[in-house]
Design a protein around this ligand. Sequence first.
Ligand code: PXP
Length: 246
Amino acid sequence: MEKLRLGVNIDHVATVRNARGGDYPDPIRAAKMAEDAGADGITAHLREDRRHITDRDIERLIEALSVPLNFEMAATDEMQAIALRHRPHAVCLVPEKREERTTEGGLDVAQDENRLAHFIAPLADAGCRVSIFIAADMRQVEAANRIGAQVIELHTGAYCDAHAEERFDERDQELERLREMSGFAHSLGLEVHAGHGLTFDTVVPVAAFPEVRELNIGHYLIGEAIFRGLGDSIAEMRRLMDAARA
Ligand code: PXP
């Protein structure tokens, strides 16, 4: 099986920094530590309201990183201009507004196909690998394929929430949907990623899907860093992913 990449999302280091309004803790320092601990990429979401990552963080990440940057953003003209200026390795389109979401929380590509097809074309032309964050739903996978996305990232939030709330039948159904849609997307020629809400307890079954090539994980890793340190938190996630794959 091909190696599963780990993208570490550093947004919540910026959340803690912004709580005090100064420069500390620095998300770029966390990103460099994540690289050293085995992250294959760094993910950062420049939100329209700049509630965590800032424009300057993105500039500094582009300068500092040795691993690829996965730039998460809403499908707006402002964000498209920023992405075209920096040309990060990857762009992942995510919903920010309620009306852009499916019931499961991913981007409602099927509702907005025409606009999104035009939106991603210049990003792909600029050399960015374009990914769309969607629910594990066949309509959304097919729509992502039709608009010319190279990658889909499957939203694992419903699966993780069901696990955390001990709704185990639902959790198993969500996992089955993720498994089926990973296979389906792969059969269409899409590269498959997954993420949102993953923890040490929930990562293994998803990491074991052979079609999944990358997981993007943030909140839990940064939370666990409080207790065991960032390097150790990432190294443990890496170990669980590799074991699931073996
Ligand atoms: N993937 C995408 C597309 C996301 O938007 C997020 C959250 O920013 C993640 C992965 C990571 O989710 P979490 O922080 O819950 O691990």
